[in-house]
Design a binder for this molecule. Sequence first.
Ligand code: SAM
Length: 209
Amino acid sequence: MTSFVLPAERPTARLTAEVQTAEQARLDAVAARKQGQDTLSVIPPGEYVCLRVLYDDQWWPVMMDTPAEYADHADLFEHARGRVLLHGLGLGCAVSALLADPAVEHIDVVEASADVIALIGPYFRDYPVTIHHASCVDKTWPDDARWSYVWHDIWTEVSVDNLDDETAEHGISYGRLAQLFAGRADRQGAWAFDLVVDYLDGPPLSAAG
Ligand SMILES: C[S@@+](CC[C@H](N)C(=O)[O-])C[C@H]1O[C@@H](n2cnc3c(N)ncnc32)[C@H](O)[C@@H]1O
């Protein structure tokens, strides 16, 4: 967990402390079962940090350091080694976890929000992490730039809309990023892509992350 991240605020991004009580966790589990959902994404009792961004005059939760969010990064944590590129800094959960892995040598992170970088970037100042302020589709790289793993996590909703540039959040689809980095990565992965693909054959999703 990113328990070292403290509440703080910038004009368009804020970090808030959140508490999940045992009673609320029990109620959430009951509600999940009633709706036929699994209880793996129910937040266990504990203290968490939430990153919210201001969009359309509303503070939207973008990332929280819950076990389910870490689990969503499983492919990245299993396969990352050497030089890694992350699209979306968020709360820095993925960065923290990768820094604990001796197989990972350096992490590039591309983050579009200056306020998110201002809140989270300083925690990684003394580590082999380079944070680039840009949109992941606009950032230019040297011709020979390569990574062992490129991870895309710029979305907040688990949605089939993110399969198409016309409807995707930020106008950036999974496929567009996969294509852009096809020659530059030994392996690529993206947050919730497996869930979206499952949805095409299964019941509607209600998860957001
Ligand atoms: C869900 S969070 C990422 C969570 C992150 N994996 C973590 O471990 O905390 C998504 C992040 O992507 C950023 N973002 C959104 N659009 C982007 C873009 N076009 N390029 C780069 N970053 C972007 C958001 O500002 C936000 O910080």
